[in-house]
Design a protein around this ligand. Structure first.
Ligand code: BV8
Ligand code: ZN
Length: 246
């Protein structure tokens, strides 16, 4: 692990911060065993299809059972996995700072499992389904999804995973809440994301434009690295716990 940081400056910033924003991506769950998408992650391709093809609005129209099969497979990988020290540290920080907003692109629910509250899930949740016809949400541990497309309890319509696929809009209000948090934060952490998926990657840009101090935590550089004030190079589960004395 290599940490390139001006620790004193960051300590001072954190001590003085009224409002902190954390934007997280797949890398924050990597140490729990969740595969990442890019950079060699092993859910980059599934049954010969790149993940942004199978996880797309077009595929939902063309082959809904295949989309369910893909999400069932991913849920089966997640069932046994637990939050890691990165999730746990972020959950602890929420008790320390009076205003800490957690905005995640992850759909795995591990932040909530670690105790984080009011998580802004930009891309939905793999643990929920949504009805095409009546929009009802269903918890997936109450539904059998093994065969084909599950049906809605309320109206019998086809269900789909309650996640945001490529080419789809984000859940109503989610981006707006994240953008508001970005506008008011003093420090913005960008943790474990390749920062290539929009509009999520614009959140730190909004924070920056409003004068926030930007800190990236990632073993690799990203398109946002150049605008960051600090780059902490390494694993989130090792770096985040080192930053806080509380
Ligand atoms: C939309 C859910 C309006 C499903 C996902 C502007 C320019 C170009 C294109 C666009 C644009 N604006 C919008 C677009 C289109 C598109 C987009 O961004 N395309 C890009 C990629 C070219 N965006 C959309 O379609 C969005 N919707 O814009 O709506 C609209 C609608 C219709 C028509 C026009 C406009 C919706 C995007 C939602 C996609 N949903 N997920 C699913 O999971 O199957 S995407 C997927 O990528 C992931 O789920 C995740 O949510 C997202 C981001 O990935 P990351 O989390 O960053 O993960 P990644 O694997 O990439 O990187 C892992 C990182 O972790 C790496 O950097 C690695 O180094 C690091 N790491 C590894 N280990 C560790 C670590 N870091 C720390 N510690 C470690 N231990
Ligand atoms: Zn329904």
């Amino acid at each position: 692990m290599q940490v390139v940081s001006n620790r004193l400056a960051l300590d001072d910033r954190l001590r003085a911060a009224q409002s902190v924003l954390m934007l997280t991506g797949a890398g924050v769950s990597a140490e729990s065993g969740v595969p990442t998408f890019r950079g060699g992650g092993n859910t980059a391709v599934w049954k010969g299809m790149p993940f942004d093809v199978i996880s797309s609005a077009g595929m939902l129209q063309r082959d809904l059972p295949a989309v369910w099969e893909w999400f069932n497979y991913r849920r089966s990988l997640l069932t046994a996995l637990k939050p890691n020290p990165a999730h746990e540290t972020i959950a602890r920080w929420q008790n320390h700072f009076s205003d800490l907003s957690l905005v995640t692109q992850n759909i795995d629910g591990l932040h909530q499992a670690a105790g984080s509250r009011e998580v802004i899930e930009l891309h939905g949740s793999i643990w929920r389904a949504r009805c095409f016809d009546c929009d009802a949400r269903h918890n997936l541990n109450e539904i059998t999804t093994a065969d084909g497309v599950p049906a809605c309890f309320e109206c019998g319509g086809n269900l789909r995973p309650d996640v945001v696929l490529f080419g789809e809009m984000l859940p109503p209000g989610a981006f707006e809440r994240a953008a508001e948090a970005a506008q008011r934060c003093d420090v913005c952490f960008i943790v474990g994301t390749s920062a290539v998926v929009y509009p999520a990657a614009s959140i730190p840009e909004i924070a920056r434009a409003n004068g926030a101090y930007l800190v990236e935590v990632n073993p690799e550089r990203t398109p946002l690295s150049n605008m960051c004030d600090e780059i902490l190079t390494g694993k989130a589960g090792e770096i985040l716990p080192m930053l806080s004395q509380w």
